[in-house]
Write a protein that binds this ligand. Structure first.
Ligand code: PMV
Length: 361
Protein backbone atom coordinates (compact mmCIF):
# COMPACT_ATOMS: atom_id res chain seq x y z
CA UNK A 1 0.00 0.00 0.00
CA UNK A 2 1.47 3.34 -1.05
CA UNK A 3 1.59 6.29 1.31
CA UNK A 4 -1.50 8.46 1.34
CA UNK A 5 -0.96 12.07 0.31
CA UNK A 6 -3.12 13.81 2.92
CA UNK A 7 -3.01 17.12 1.06
CA UNK A 8 -5.30 15.58 -1.59
CA UNK A 9 -7.72 13.76 0.74
CA UNK A 10 -10.89 15.90 0.87
CA UNK A 11 -12.70 17.02 4.00
CA UNK A 12 -16.09 15.32 4.49
CA UNK A 13 -18.51 16.54 1.82
CA UNK A 14 -21.28 18.90 2.89
CA UNK A 15 -23.65 18.75 -0.12
CA UNK A 16 -25.73 16.03 -1.70
CA UNK A 17 -25.95 16.03 -5.49
CA UNK A 18 -28.41 13.56 -7.02
CA UNK A 19 -27.33 13.72 -10.66
CA UNK A 20 -25.86 15.97 -13.31
CA UNK A 21 -23.09 16.31 -15.84
CA UNK A 22 -19.80 18.17 -16.19
CA UNK A 23 -17.49 18.51 -19.19
CA UNK A 24 -13.86 19.42 -19.95
CA UNK A 25 -11.63 19.57 -22.98
CA UNK A 26 -8.02 18.63 -22.23
CA UNK A 27 -4.97 18.82 -24.48
CA UNK A 28 -2.28 16.33 -25.29
CA UNK A 29 1.35 17.30 -24.61
CA UNK A 30 4.75 16.62 -26.12
CA UNK A 31 7.75 16.25 -23.84
CA UNK A 32 10.99 18.09 -24.57
CA UNK A 33 12.76 16.36 -21.67
CA UNK A 34 11.33 12.88 -21.42
CA UNK A 35 9.85 10.91 -18.56
CA UNK A 36 10.93 7.29 -18.93
CA UNK A 37 11.15 5.19 -15.79
CA UNK A 38 8.96 5.35 -12.70
CA UNK A 39 8.66 4.17 -9.12
CA UNK A 40 5.90 3.78 -6.51
CA UNK A 41 2.49 4.84 -7.66
CA UNK A 42 3.29 6.39 -11.05
CA UNK A 43 6.05 8.66 -9.76
CA UNK A 44 8.78 9.75 -12.19
CA UNK A 45 12.44 8.83 -11.81
CA UNK A 46 13.43 12.16 -13.37
CA UNK A 47 12.03 15.56 -14.08
CA UNK A 48 10.35 16.21 -17.44
CA UNK A 49 9.05 19.26 -19.29
CA UNK A 50 6.55 19.45 -22.12
CA UNK A 51 4.75 21.79 -24.47
CA UNK A 52 1.02 21.65 -23.97
CA UNK A 53 -0.61 21.15 -27.38
CA UNK A 54 -3.66 22.90 -28.73
CA UNK A 55 -5.54 20.92 -31.40
CA UNK A 56 -4.75 17.41 -30.16
CA UNK A 57 -7.27 17.16 -27.34
CA UNK A 58 -9.93 15.02 -25.71
CA UNK A 59 -13.40 16.31 -24.87
CA UNK A 60 -15.15 14.44 -22.08
CA UNK A 61 -18.62 14.83 -20.64
CA UNK A 62 -19.19 12.95 -17.43
CA UNK A 63 -22.78 12.11 -16.48
CA UNK A 64 -23.41 11.00 -12.91
CA UNK A 65 -26.41 9.56 -11.11
CA UNK A 66 -26.31 8.70 -7.43
CA UNK A 67 -26.60 5.00 -6.61
CA UNK A 68 -26.72 2.70 -3.61
CA UNK A 69 -24.24 -0.02 -2.76
CA UNK A 70 -20.53 -0.59 -3.18
CA UNK A 71 -18.48 -1.00 -6.33
CA UNK A 72 -17.92 1.12 -9.41
CA UNK A 73 -20.47 1.52 -12.16
CA UNK A 74 -18.81 2.95 -15.28
CA UNK A 75 -19.96 3.10 -18.89
CA UNK A 76 -17.70 4.61 -21.55
CA UNK A 77 -18.80 5.90 -24.94
CA UNK A 78 -16.20 6.95 -27.53
CA UNK A 79 -17.77 9.11 -30.24
CA UNK A 80 -21.16 7.91 -29.04
CA UNK A 81 -20.33 4.20 -29.26
CA UNK A 82 -19.96 1.94 -26.23
CA UNK A 83 -16.29 1.23 -25.57
CA UNK A 84 -16.20 -1.62 -23.05
CA UNK A 85 -12.43 -2.08 -23.37
CA UNK A 86 -11.83 1.38 -21.81
CA UNK A 87 -13.65 0.40 -18.62
CA UNK A 88 -10.92 -1.73 -16.93
CA UNK A 89 -8.38 1.11 -17.22
CA UNK A 90 -10.83 3.57 -15.65
CA UNK A 91 -11.74 1.06 -12.92
CA UNK A 92 -8.05 0.70 -12.12
CA UNK A 93 -7.73 4.48 -11.99
CA UNK A 94 -10.82 4.75 -9.73
CA UNK A 95 -9.38 2.13 -7.38
CA UNK A 96 -6.17 4.12 -6.94
CA UNK A 97 -8.05 7.43 -6.78
CA UNK A 98 -10.66 6.29 -4.17
CA UNK A 99 -8.88 7.78 -1.12
CA UNK A 100 -8.79 11.15 -2.90
CA UNK A 101 -12.28 11.00 -4.44
CA UNK A 102 -14.32 9.00 -1.91
CA UNK A 103 -17.57 9.57 -3.83
CA UNK A 104 -16.54 7.29 -6.72
CA UNK A 105 -18.66 4.37 -5.47
CA UNK A 106 -21.67 6.59 -4.81
CA UNK A 107 -22.51 7.29 -8.45
CA UNK A 108 -23.14 5.54 -11.74
CA UNK A 109 -20.94 7.26 -14.30
CA UNK A 110 -21.29 7.56 -18.05
CA UNK A 111 -18.17 8.91 -19.72
CA UNK A 112 -18.86 10.44 -23.15
CA UNK A 113 -15.49 11.02 -24.76
CA UNK A 114 -14.13 12.03 -28.15
CA UNK A 115 -10.70 12.93 -29.48
CA UNK A 116 -9.93 15.71 -31.93
CA UNK A 117 -7.46 13.38 -33.62
CA UNK A 118 -8.42 10.05 -35.19
CA UNK A 119 -8.54 7.28 -32.61
CA UNK A 120 -6.40 5.11 -34.86
CA UNK A 121 -3.77 7.82 -35.41
CA UNK A 122 -1.31 6.25 -33.00
CA UNK A 123 -1.31 9.43 -30.91
CA UNK A 124 -1.61 8.50 -27.28
CA UNK A 125 -4.94 9.75 -26.03
CA UNK A 126 -4.18 8.68 -22.46
CA UNK A 127 -2.67 12.05 -21.43
CA UNK A 128 -5.57 14.15 -22.73
CA UNK A 129 -8.16 11.51 -21.81
CA UNK A 130 -7.03 11.02 -18.22
CA UNK A 131 -6.63 14.74 -17.58
CA UNK A 132 -10.12 15.47 -18.96
CA UNK A 133 -11.61 12.76 -16.75
CA UNK A 134 -9.72 13.98 -13.67
CA UNK A 135 -10.98 17.54 -14.25
CA UNK A 136 -14.59 16.33 -14.62
CA UNK A 137 -14.37 14.34 -11.38
CA UNK A 138 -13.00 17.39 -9.58
CA UNK A 139 -15.87 19.52 -10.85
CA UNK A 140 -18.25 17.05 -9.27
CA UNK A 141 -16.19 17.10 -6.07
CA UNK A 142 -16.41 20.92 -6.02
CA UNK A 143 -20.24 20.59 -6.13
CA UNK A 144 -20.15 18.18 -3.19
CA UNK A 145 -17.82 20.39 -1.18
CA UNK A 146 -19.81 23.58 -0.80
CA UNK A 147 -17.06 26.12 -1.10
CA UNK A 148 -14.68 24.59 -3.62
CA UNK A 149 -10.89 24.87 -3.72
CA UNK A 150 -8.92 27.79 -5.15
CA UNK A 151 -8.13 27.63 -8.87
CA UNK A 152 -4.53 26.72 -8.03
CA UNK A 153 -5.45 23.89 -5.66
CA UNK A 154 -8.04 22.61 -8.13
CA UNK A 155 -5.41 22.35 -10.89
CA UNK A 156 -2.84 20.84 -8.57
CA UNK A 157 -5.23 18.09 -7.54
CA UNK A 158 -6.32 17.61 -11.17
CA UNK A 159 -2.70 17.06 -12.17
CA UNK A 160 -2.16 14.75 -9.18
CA UNK A 161 -5.20 12.64 -10.15
CA UNK A 162 -4.42 12.64 -13.89
CA UNK A 163 -0.97 11.32 -12.99
CA UNK A 164 -2.50 8.36 -11.17
CA UNK A 165 -4.29 7.49 -14.41
CA UNK A 166 -1.34 7.99 -16.78
CA UNK A 167 1.99 9.58 -15.78
CA UNK A 168 2.39 12.11 -18.58
CA UNK A 169 -1.27 13.17 -18.15
CA UNK A 170 -0.07 15.18 -15.14
CA UNK A 171 1.36 17.65 -17.67
CA UNK A 172 -1.94 18.11 -19.58
CA UNK A 173 -3.72 20.61 -17.33
CA UNK A 174 -2.07 24.00 -17.80
CA UNK A 175 -0.99 25.68 -21.03
CA UNK A 176 2.47 26.62 -22.26
CA UNK A 177 5.20 24.55 -20.65
CA UNK A 178 4.58 22.10 -17.82
CA UNK A 179 7.18 20.55 -15.50
CA UNK A 180 6.66 17.30 -13.67
CA UNK A 181 9.15 15.71 -11.30
CA UNK A 182 10.99 17.32 -8.42
CA UNK A 183 14.02 19.35 -9.43
CA UNK A 184 16.03 21.42 -6.99
CA UNK A 185 16.27 24.34 -9.39
CA UNK A 186 12.57 24.50 -10.30
CA UNK A 187 10.63 26.11 -7.46
CA UNK A 188 7.46 24.23 -6.56
CA UNK A 189 8.29 21.17 -8.70
CA UNK A 190 7.05 17.85 -7.40
CA UNK A 191 6.93 14.17 -8.26
CA UNK A 192 3.24 14.19 -7.30
CA UNK A 193 1.90 16.69 -9.86
CA UNK A 194 3.02 18.97 -12.66
CA UNK A 195 3.26 22.74 -12.42
CA UNK A 196 3.34 25.47 -15.06
CA UNK A 197 7.02 26.13 -15.84
CA UNK A 198 7.71 29.01 -13.45
CA UNK A 199 10.72 30.63 -15.17
CA UNK A 200 11.11 33.13 -18.01
CA UNK A 201 10.09 31.91 -21.48
CA UNK A 202 11.17 33.68 -24.68
CA UNK A 203 8.30 34.70 -26.95
CA UNK A 204 9.45 32.39 -29.75
CA UNK A 205 8.20 29.49 -27.62
CA UNK A 206 4.77 31.01 -26.92
CA UNK A 207 3.36 29.80 -30.24
CA UNK A 208 5.91 27.17 -31.23
CA UNK A 209 4.53 24.77 -33.84
CA UNK A 210 4.43 20.97 -33.69
CA UNK A 211 3.33 18.97 -36.71
CA UNK A 212 2.77 15.34 -35.80
CA UNK A 213 3.83 13.16 -38.74
CA UNK A 214 1.87 9.93 -38.46
CA UNK A 215 4.27 7.20 -39.49
CA UNK A 216 2.63 4.25 -37.80
CA UNK A 217 -0.93 4.17 -36.63
CA UNK A 218 -1.09 0.61 -35.36
CA UNK A 219 -0.75 -0.88 -31.92
CA UNK A 220 2.74 -0.38 -30.45
CA UNK A 221 4.93 -3.50 -30.23
CA UNK A 222 5.82 -2.58 -26.65
CA UNK A 223 3.50 -0.45 -24.49
CA UNK A 224 4.73 2.52 -22.43
CA UNK A 225 3.92 0.60 -19.27
CA UNK A 226 6.22 -2.25 -20.26
CA UNK A 227 8.88 0.22 -21.47
CA UNK A 228 8.90 2.11 -18.15
CA UNK A 229 9.17 -1.25 -16.35
CA UNK A 230 12.27 -2.16 -18.35
CA UNK A 231 14.10 0.81 -16.82
CA UNK A 232 14.28 -1.23 -13.58
CA UNK A 233 17.70 -2.86 -13.65
CA UNK A 234 18.52 -1.16 -16.96
CA UNK A 235 22.33 -0.80 -17.27
CA UNK A 236 22.09 2.91 -18.17
CA UNK A 237 19.11 3.90 -16.02
CA UNK A 238 20.95 6.03 -13.47
CA UNK A 239 22.94 7.86 -16.16
CA UNK A 240 19.71 8.52 -18.04
CA UNK A 241 17.94 9.97 -14.98
CA UNK A 242 21.01 12.16 -14.29
CA UNK A 243 21.10 13.27 -17.92
CA UNK A 244 17.44 14.35 -17.82
CA UNK A 245 17.92 16.24 -14.56
CA UNK A 246 21.01 17.99 -15.97
CA UNK A 247 19.09 18.80 -19.16
CA UNK A 248 16.45 20.52 -17.04
CA UNK A 249 19.13 22.85 -15.76
CA UNK A 250 20.50 23.35 -19.28
CA UNK A 251 17.13 24.18 -20.80
CA UNK A 252 16.41 27.07 -18.41
CA UNK A 253 18.68 29.67 -20.10
CA UNK A 254 17.66 28.28 -23.50
CA UNK A 255 13.97 28.84 -22.82
CA UNK A 256 14.72 32.32 -21.47
CA UNK A 257 16.91 33.47 -24.35
CA UNK A 258 15.25 31.69 -27.29
CA UNK A 259 18.59 30.16 -28.32
CA UNK A 260 17.21 27.82 -30.97
CA UNK A 261 20.48 26.07 -31.84
CA UNK A 262 20.88 25.03 -28.23
CA UNK A 263 17.17 24.14 -28.02
CA UNK A 264 17.47 21.85 -31.05
CA UNK A 265 20.59 20.13 -29.72
CA UNK A 266 18.92 19.42 -26.39
CA UNK A 267 15.52 18.35 -27.71
CA UNK A 268 16.83 16.01 -30.41
CA UNK A 269 19.31 14.46 -27.99
CA UNK A 270 16.48 13.85 -25.51
CA UNK A 271 14.38 12.08 -28.16
CA UNK A 272 17.25 9.86 -29.24
CA UNK A 273 18.27 9.16 -25.63
CA UNK A 274 14.72 7.97 -24.92
CA UNK A 275 14.90 5.57 -27.84
CA UNK A 276 18.46 4.57 -26.88
CA UNK A 277 16.97 3.31 -23.60
CA UNK A 278 14.61 1.12 -25.62
CA UNK A 279 17.44 -0.16 -27.82
CA UNK A 280 19.46 -1.14 -24.73
CA UNK A 281 16.66 -2.59 -22.56
CA UNK A 282 16.54 -6.28 -21.81
CA UNK A 283 14.67 -7.40 -23.82
CA UNK A 284 15.56 -4.65 -26.33
CA UNK A 285 13.00 -3.21 -28.73
CA UNK A 286 12.71 -0.66 -31.53
CA UNK A 287 9.71 1.61 -31.92
CA UNK A 288 11.12 3.71 -34.77
CA UNK A 289 10.32 2.62 -38.33
CA UNK A 290 12.30 3.18 -41.53
CA UNK A 291 10.04 6.17 -42.26
CA UNK A 292 10.90 7.67 -38.84
CA UNK A 293 14.58 7.72 -39.82
CA UNK A 294 13.86 8.95 -43.34
CA UNK A 295 11.96 11.91 -41.87
CA UNK A 296 14.68 12.67 -39.31
CA UNK A 297 17.34 12.66 -42.03
CA UNK A 298 15.26 14.97 -44.20
CA UNK A 299 14.69 17.36 -41.28
CA UNK A 300 18.46 17.47 -40.78
CA UNK A 301 19.24 18.16 -44.45
CA UNK A 302 16.44 20.75 -44.66
CA UNK A 303 17.88 22.55 -41.63
CA UNK A 304 21.35 22.50 -43.20
CA UNK A 305 20.13 23.74 -46.59
CA UNK A 306 17.82 26.49 -45.36
CA UNK A 307 19.09 27.44 -41.90
CA UNK A 308 15.50 27.15 -40.65
CA UNK A 309 15.55 25.98 -37.02
CA UNK A 310 13.19 23.02 -37.38
CA UNK A 311 13.87 19.91 -35.30
CA UNK A 312 12.24 16.68 -34.25
CA UNK A 313 11.21 14.89 -31.13
CA UNK A 314 9.70 11.46 -30.61
CA UNK A 315 7.50 9.95 -27.97
CA UNK A 316 7.19 6.24 -27.30
CA UNK A 317 6.33 5.36 -30.88
CA UNK A 318 7.29 5.76 -34.53
CA UNK A 319 5.58 9.12 -35.16
CA UNK A 320 7.75 12.20 -35.55
CA UNK A 321 6.89 15.53 -33.92
CA UNK A 322 8.35 18.25 -36.12
CA UNK A 323 8.93 21.36 -33.99
CA UNK A 324 9.47 24.83 -35.50
CA UNK A 325 8.95 28.52 -34.78
CA UNK A 326 5.67 29.97 -36.09
CA UNK A 327 7.52 32.44 -38.30
CA UNK A 328 8.75 29.53 -40.47
CA UNK A 329 5.35 27.90 -40.80
CA UNK A 330 5.09 28.38 -44.53
CA UNK A 331 8.45 26.85 -45.51
CA UNK A 332 8.15 23.95 -43.06
CA UNK A 333 4.58 23.17 -44.04
CA UNK A 334 5.61 23.21 -47.72
CA UNK A 335 8.33 20.68 -46.87
CA UNK A 336 5.74 18.51 -45.13
CA UNK A 337 3.25 18.67 -47.96
CA UNK A 338 5.81 18.22 -50.74
CA UNK A 339 8.10 15.62 -49.17
CA UNK A 340 7.54 14.40 -45.61
CA UNK A 341 3.91 13.48 -46.17
CA UNK A 342 5.08 10.69 -48.50
CA UNK A 343 6.61 8.91 -45.48
CA UNK A 344 3.41 9.13 -43.42
CA UNK A 345 0.80 6.40 -43.23
CA UNK A 346 -1.84 7.37 -45.77
CA UNK A 347 -0.15 10.79 -45.97
CA UNK A 348 -1.53 11.75 -42.55
CA UNK A 349 -0.20 14.48 -40.30
CA UNK A 350 -1.64 16.92 -37.76
CA UNK A 351 -0.59 20.56 -37.50
CA UNK A 352 -0.55 21.68 -33.91
CA UNK A 353 1.07 24.32 -31.72
CA UNK A 354 1.55 25.32 -28.11
CA UNK A 355 -1.85 25.67 -26.45
CA UNK A 356 -3.49 27.30 -23.45
CA UNK A 357 -4.39 24.23 -21.39
CA UNK A 358 -7.60 22.48 -20.42
CA UNK A 359 -10.94 24.30 -20.65
CA UNK A 360 -14.30 23.67 -19.00
CA UNK A 361 -17.01 23.10 -21.62
O1 PMV B 1 2.53 8.62 -19.59
P1 PMV B 1 3.10 7.39 -20.17
O2 PMV B 1 3.23 6.30 -19.15
O3 PMV B 1 2.38 6.96 -21.41
O4 PMV B 1 4.62 7.69 -20.61
C1 PMV B 1 4.93 8.57 -21.64
C2 PMV B 1 6.37 8.64 -21.85
C3 PMV B 1 6.85 9.47 -23.04
O5 PMV B 1 5.78 9.93 -23.84
C4 PMV B 1 7.74 8.61 -23.91
C5 PMV B 1 7.67 10.65 -22.57
C6 PMV B 1 6.93 11.76 -21.90
O6 PMV B 1 7.54 12.38 -21.01
O7 PMV B 1 5.79 12.06 -22.28
Amino acid sequence: MSALHQEFVPKPYTNFVESGSVAWKSPSNIALIKYWGKYGQQLPKNTSISFTLDHCATSTRLEFQSKQGKGFDITVLLDGKAQADFVPKIEKFFTIAMPYLPFLEDYSFTVHTSNSFPHSSGIASSASGMSALALCLLDLEAQLSGNGPSEEDFKKKASFLARLGSGSAARSIDGGLAVWGEHQEIAGSSDLFAIPYPEAVHEVFHDFCDTVLLVDTGEKVVSSTVGHGLMHGHPFAEQRFDQANTNMQTIKPILASGDLDAFIALVESEALSLHAMMLTSSPYFILMKPATLAIINRIWSFRKETGIPACFTLDAGANVHLLYPAQHKQQVQDLIENELKAHCKEGAYIHDQVGQGAVRL
